[in-house]
Write a new protein. Structure first.
Length: 241
């Protein structure tokens, strides 16, 4: 009668039972090395282990060696991965948990609510620049450019005929009454010209995007040989060779 074979039950370690990786990019093995370094009794041996671990971390990121303060970043990361329990001598200031979880102040976001949104914010900035200029030929040219661009933007939003007086009223309002073109007998570009320009720009953008999406198909030559003296050369019959 054969005796039963003794079996040993191995404990399988599942990810759900493992501790959370504080910096997953370095992997589980490096995390275990840092945990072992924290348990070393003497500080001298801990310092040696920490330096060896720093060298391993540097080899895992060779593309970052030219980054300023690269060693400083590695030392900060080893303290973070040890949950700030590693007691070693660092050549850099040791970070703290409070500093790590410190939230920066919110950045101020410019809140602009223009009355005529179809003109955009840049038009208002251009009008402010025109108001700051001295009276002269350059200022008149800039004002004309602004007025034509306003008319073009208006037609892009509402593709209909718009009178120049409407643009002049909006320009007078946006400039706080400083730019008045009603009495200057200024004539802007015609509606048909501006609509044609908008159509050309939109078609050019569409064709450019189409060419980027289908570069091989669009770069294929589409022409026929118009040379009357051109004759296709017949292939030699291999039976006669």
């Amino acid at each position: 009668m054969t005796e039963p074979i003794a079996t040993t039950h191995l404990h399988l370690e599942y990810n759900s039972e493992r501790e959370h990786l504080r910096i997953p990019e370095y992997g589980r093995h490096l995390q275990k090395l840092i945990d072992l370094a924290c348990e070393i009794p003497t500080k001298e041996e801990r310092n040696k282990a920490a330096k060896h671990i720093i060298n391993v971390m540097g080899t895992l990121n060779p593309h970052l060696r030219d980054v300023p303060d690269f060693q400083h970043k590695l030392w900060d990361q080893i303290f973070i991965m040890s949950d700030f329990k590693l007691d070693v001598d660092s050549p850099y200031p040791i970070p703290t948990k409070e500093l790590l979880h410190l939230k920066p102040d919110p950045l101020p976001y410019p809140q602009k609510n223009p009355k005529y949104r179809f003109y955009g914010n840049h038009i208002k900035s251009m009008i402010d620049v025109a108001n700051s200029w001295e009276v002269g030929e350059l200022k008149d040219i800039l004002i004309k450019v602004i007025a034509n661009h306003m008319k073009k933007s208006y037609l892009s939003w509402n593709k209909d005929v718009v009178e120049d007086s409407v643009i002049f009223d909006h320009l007078l309002e946006l400039s706080n009454g400083k730019i008045n073109l009603h009495s200057s007998q200024q004539e802007l570009s015609t509606t048909s010209t501006l609509l044609r320009t908008n159509k050309k720009v939109s078609n050019k953008a569409f064709n450019g995007n189409n060419q980027q999406n289908n570069p091989v198909k669009n770069n294929r030559p589409n022409f026929k040989n118009k040379n009357k003296n051109f004759h296709k050369k017949n292939k030699p019959n291999q039976n006669n060779l």
